[in-house]
Design a protein around this ligand. Sequence first.
Ligand SMILES: Nc1ncnc2c1ncn2[C@@H]1O[C@H](COP(=O)(O)OP(=O)(O)OP(=O)(O)O)[C@@H](O)[C@H]1O
Length: 274
Amino acid sequence: MNANVTAPAQSQSQSAPSADLGGAAKISARNVNVYYGDKHALKDVSIDMAERSVTAFIGPSGCGKSTFLRCINRMNDTISICRVTGKITIDDYDIYDSALDVVQLRARVGMVFQKPNPFPKSIYENVAYGPRIHGLARSKAEMDEIVEDSLRKASLWNEVKDRLNDGGTGLSGGQQQRLCIARAIAVSPEVILMDEPCSALDPIATAKIEELIDELRQNFTIVIVTHSMQQAARVSQRTAFFHLGVIVETGPTEQIFTSPNDRRTQDYITGRFG
Ligand SMILES: Nc1ncnc2c1ncn2[C@@H]1O[C@H](COP(=O)(O)OP(=O)(O)OP(=O)(O)O)[C@@H](O)[C@H]1O
């Protein structure tokens, strides 16, 4: 609970990332460093992520992708040995500002994990849980509307509308993951972070989630960590390649996969390491 979080003034040690995002920047990180005790896991990371688009983080295991993703909704605060420096803004608002309410931040910045993790509650209650905590519905009818709307946006409504009172954990893995996406959507976030959301799913369930991600980007800013370069190529508009705790290269996904600027990116995408 006691991550030591500081947000120094922006240093000039790293050049600003490319402004050519193809849209406004929703999330900006400048000179972010993350330490787990003495381990320097993330080094001077600076990147802009465009609004209503999908940014993919790729790179070999242990290079810091999940660590950086967790910085964006301050999930690293829950790791006592973790210390974050640098600056991350969402809509120009410093998310490490001491006045910020982290619970509200996590409503604005939802997260979907590797393994589907529905609550041991009904399908309806899984989705209603967040809106209830945040007081988003004034009546049962309003809550019903939020639940239906969230399940529709997560492309799950038609499959579950007749069994909303059944347990969420009784759904298939792919359905559970879409339920978790509905749960994230239900509190009207602006950003959805996804940490390898398809790694526990079969190819058909994966294809459904990828289709869904493409629809969701009309309304949400999405950041996804994936081990699958094919998936990054299919779902994202921009890709950042991480290696040994640094971002080696960021750019339009097509360019990263067809003509990367850095030799290390080239080696990774051609399977020479990782
Ligand atoms: N809770 C933690 N405590 C200590 N070290 C950690 C913790 N979480 C991550 N690390 C270390 O930080 C580094 C980056 O890990 P991280 O999980 O962010 O990498 P990753 O690129 O997401 O890896 P993967 O693709 O395997 O999930 C690794 O060396 C890892 O061992």
